[in-house]
Design a protein around this ligand. Structure first.
Ligand code: PEP
Ligand code: MN
Length: 334
């Protein structure tokens, strides 16, 4: 349920109403806009008397929100959320590029890639230290050593870092990680979502391989329900009957998500396509579609990459697409 307060409502009147609502066992989520204050009521609101609420002097309107996702719903928070990623804002007109290898492999590899993607305009460095591989015999990541190397690359370049967390028991060693990625395979690991919901870490939540947008938003809601509202959504392709590409990039989810939620939406064309030659076009398309950022895999030596080499751009290819993407961003901003 949302309650819109009249523009001249004082803080005291607002707090008095919130206190009364909380007394009715609902959580109140406040969104302060330029003109109006919106109170989002979460929980069992069935016993709240809408007519009584509407009759209050400070109340402009009251509406029930039918969607099951509340805190991430744009009706609760009409303005875009701007999410801080270790000092880099994403959302609400702030576009950012996250780039780096699928996996951290060595000091030279991660520091070198960090320096080159930074020079091309990337604002955040990605690198997996815990890898969700389909086969248990494939490279699983360097774990704590990988995170230490990412930290070193951060120290050298100043780029904030993004890395995937698969097990909440590893949270302590993610202290220096600015953005925790929850990968596609864990999008509905509800206990993991609840646990990270109790932290104040920025979360990059990737859409599951076979999940609807509503399910993605319900997963964001799990994190927000725990108190953590620092979430960026990521479209990384979904599984369809098409096998030519690794996944199918559902680009229309960008405007759809912007309609449904105030959270920023980032597109990952690398996992979506699986082929480096297809990545540049999808980077440009994502920028044109209004994404708040992109995440691209870049490797200095894709043929010898320990993971996802086929979809990784070389630093030179990345540099080229970044220049072209700037022109698209300029055109769509006009
Ligand atoms: C990744 O970003 O390297 C990754 C494993 O992504 P996803 O969870 O989207 O497959
Ligand atoms: Mn990858």
């Amino acid at each position: 349920m949302i309650t819109v307060l009249k523009p001249n409502t004082t803080d005291e009147q607002r707090d008095h109403l919130i206190h009364w609502l909380e007394g009715q066992k609902v959580q109140v989520h406040i969104s302060q806009g330029d003109q109006y204050t919106i109170l989002g009521l979460v929980g069992d609101t069935t016993h709240i008397d809408i007519e009584l609420l509407e009759s209050l002097e400070i109340v402009q309107s009251v509406k029930r929100v039918s969607e099951p996702f509340k805190k991430c719903n744009r009706k609760f928070h009409p303005e875009d959320s701007v999410i801080d990623c270790g000092g880099v804002p994403i959302g609400g007109g702030h576009f950012a590029v996250i780039a780096g290898p699928c996996s951290v492999e060595s000091r030279d590899q991660i520091v070198g890639i960090a320096q080159s993607v930074k020079a091309s305009g990337a604002k955040l460095l990605r690198g997996g230290a815990f890898k969700p591989r389909t086969s248990p015999y494939d490279f699983q990541g360097l774990h704590a050593d990988g995170l230490a190397l990412l930290s070193e690359a951060k120290k050298v370049t100043g780029l904030p870092i993004v890395s995937e967390l698969m097990d909440i028991r590893d949270l302590d060693i993610f202290e220096d990680v600015d953005v925790i990625q929850i990968g596609a395979r864990n999008m509905q690991n509800f206990e993991l979502l609840k646990s990270i919901g109790r932290t104040n870490k920025t979360i990059l939540l990737k859409r599951g391989l076979a999940n609807t947008l509503k399910e993605l938003l319900m997963s964001a809601e799990y994190i927000m329900a725990g108190g953590n509202e620092n979430i960026i959504l990521c479209e990384r392709g979904i599984r369809t009957y098409e096998t030519y590409t690794r996944n199918t990039l559902d680009l229309s989810c960008v405007p759809v998500l912007h309609e449904l939620t105030h959270l920023p939406v980032v597109v990952d064309p690398s996992h979506a396509t699986g082929h480096s030659n297809l990545v540049p076009s999808m980077v440009l398309a994502a920028a044109a579609a209004g994404a708040d950022g992109i995440m691209v895999e870049v490797h200095n030596d894709p043929i010898h990459a320990l993971c996802d080499g086929a979809q990784s751009l070389t630093p030179a290819q990345f540099d080229d697409v970044m220049k072209r993407m700037e022109k698209v961003l300029e055109a769509v901003r006009q």
